[in-house]
Design a protein around this ligand. Structure first.
Ligand SMILES: Cc1cc2nc3c(=O)[nH]c(=O)nc-3n(C[C@H](O)[C@H](O)[C@H](O)COP(=O)(O)O)c2cc1C
Length: 145
């Protein structure tokens, strides 16, 4: 499941299952960095969800997507079907970055504009809110993984 999209899967760097699982267990909520390839979700990301479905169940998840004109949103909609199948809880609020190259500085760092900042703040607020309700469900399965 190595791949560039996995690094942000559990909000900490790592491309191995063990690292991802450890980060996924420690995180109470997840942000997925999400590209779009040919109008679809990415294979490494799908593989990560498949592989970590036990660790990630009942966790809220938000999406930071990027790409061309659609800013990765078509791919995010596909991924939402997958994350609900493994009992993750996707939030509506999101960060979407169209034509992402225009936001990169000379170091390759994204310089966020106001809509991105607002989307990020709304998404993080919602992740915190949604985290509370499924806590008993997470606690119940925590010993099993
Ligand atoms: C083969 C290929 C197909 C792509 N298809 C789309 C697409 O359908 N929609 C879109 O918004 N971006 C598309 N992109 C752009 C990617 O989502 C992404 O922005 C770009 O590849 C840079 O990100 P990466 O370095 O993580 O791949 C495509 C890129 C590649 C290489």
């Amino acid at each position: 499941m190595d791949g560039p999209n996995i690094r942000a899967c559990a909000a900490t760097p790592g491309s191995t299952r063990r690292t991802g699982a450890r980060a996924g267990r420690a995180s109470r909520r997840l942000r997925l960095r999400h590209p779009e390839y040919n109008h679809g979700t990415s294979a490494p990301l799908k593989n990560a969800i498949d592989d970590l479905h036990l660790e990630w169940q009942y966790k809220p998840v938000g999406f930071v997507s990027y790409g061309g004109v659609a800013a990765g949103t078509r791919a995010v909609e596909q991924t939402k079907q997958v994350v609900t199948a493994v009992r993750m809880v996707p939030v509506v609020e999101a960060v979407t970055i169209p034509f992402f190259q225009q936001f990169l500085d000379e170091d390759g760092t994204v310089r966020a504009n106001e809509p991105m900042e607002q989307g990020a703040a709304a998404m993080l607020d919602e992740l915190v809110r949604v985290e509370e309700a499924p806590r008993p469900l997470r606690d119940a399965v925590a010993g099993a993984v």
